[in-house]
Design a protein around this ligand. Structure first.
Ligand code: PEP
Length: 250
C-alpha cells in the first residue's frame, strides 16, 4: 500500500464566500501550525478572495485557485490566468473539476492545456476526474476515469510531485453520498497504474486525492484507504471547524 509521508488536504470553496468569510481562513491557518508535519493544506477560495486569503494564511496554509485559463494572457473576458494566480502568491490550481467539465464544456484536451500552463507558471495543478452514476452502474467507471487522466495530464513531468489528481465521483459531490472505501481503493490503484504507465517511476510521486462529500465523520476511513494521498473537500471546507475536523483525522 503506497503511503505518502504527508497528505494533501485541499478545500474548494466554489462560488461561496464574501470578505467576511476570510475569518474562516484566519481560524484555519492558526490551528494548522499544530499539524505542519502531517500534511500540506490548501484552500481555493473564489478568485475575489485569493489576495485577502493569502494575506491571512501564513506559512501553514496554501492558497490556490479553482481554475485558470489555458493561455498565458489575452482577450478572455472574465477568465483568470495562472500567472495572475502566481502573482497573488497562489501555488496550486484546481483544473478540470466536474462542474467546469459539465458547465463550461471543458474537454480533456482543454484541461491538459490548463495544467501545462499552470506548470509553466510554477503552479501545481490538481487535475480532477470522476464518473457519473450511470457510468458507474454500467461498469464503465474505471475505463472512463483512467482515460480522462491519461488525456488530461501533461505529456511529461519534470520533477516529483509536480501535479496532483483528485478522483471525485460526480454522484458523490455535494450529495452526502461517498464512494465505498473498496471502490475508492480500486479506482486509486487503477489511477496509480495509469500514472506509472504514462510517467514511469515519477507516477508514484503524484498525490491522488479523493473528493466527494468528505467530512469529519468519514475522513479517517477515506484518508487511510489504499493510494489515497489526501482529500479535495467542498462543502466541509467552508467552515474552519469542519475543515479542521478533517485535518484532525490525519
Ligand atoms: C468538490 O466539489 O470538489 C467536492 C468534493 O464537494 P463536496 O465535498 O461538497 O462533495
Amino acid at each position: 500500500m503506497t503511503q505518502k509521508n504527508k497528505k494533501l488536504i485541499a478545500g474548494n470553496w466554489k462560488m461561496n464566500g464574501l470578505q467576511g468569510a476570510l475569518n474562516e481562513i484566519e481560524a484555519i491557518a492558526k490551528k494548522l501550525t499544530d499539524y505542519a508535519d502531517k500534511g500540506t493544506f490548501l484552500i481555493c477560495p473564489p478568485a475575489t478572495l485569493i489576495a485577502g486569503a493569502k494575506a491571512l494564511a501564513g506559512d501553514a496554509l496554501h492558497i490556490g485557485a479553482q481554475d485558470c485559463h489555458s493561455e498565458k494572457n489575452g482577450a478572455f473576458t472574465g477568465d483568470i490566468s495562472a500567472e495572475m494566480v502566481a502573482d497573488l502568491g497562489g501555488r496550486f490550481v484546481i483544473v478540470g473539476h466536474s462542474e467546469r467539465r459539465e458547465g463550461h464544456h471543458e474537454s480533456n484536451a482543454m484541461v491538459k492545456a490548463k495544467a501545462e500552463t499552470a506548470l509553466e507558471q510554477g503552479i501545481k495543478p490538481i487535475v480532477c476526474c470522476g464518473e457519473t452514476l450511470q457510468q458507474r452502474e454500467a461498469g464503465e467507471a474505471i475505463g472512463f476515469v483512467t482515460q480522462q487522466i491519461a488525456e488530461s495530464t501533461p505529456d511529461s513531468l519534470s520533477k516529483d510531485g509536480e501535479i496532483a489528481l483528485a478522483y471525485e465521483p460526480i454522484w458523490a459531490i455535494g450529495t452526502g453520498k461517498t464512494a465505498s472505501v473498496d471502490d475508492v481503493a480500486e479506482m486509486h490503484v487503477a489511477l496509480r497504474k495509469t500514472l506509472v504507465d504514462k510517467f514511469g517511476a515519477r507516477g508514484h510521486t503524484v498525490e491522488i486525492l479523493y473528493g466527494g462529500s468528505v467530512k469529519p465523520e468519514n475522513a479517517n476511513a477515506l484518508l487511510h484507504t489504499q493510494d489515497v494521498d489526501g482529500a479535495l473537500v467542498g462543502g466541509a471546507s467552508l467552515k474552519a471547524e469542519s475543515f479542521l475536523g478533517i485535518v484532525a483525522a490525519l
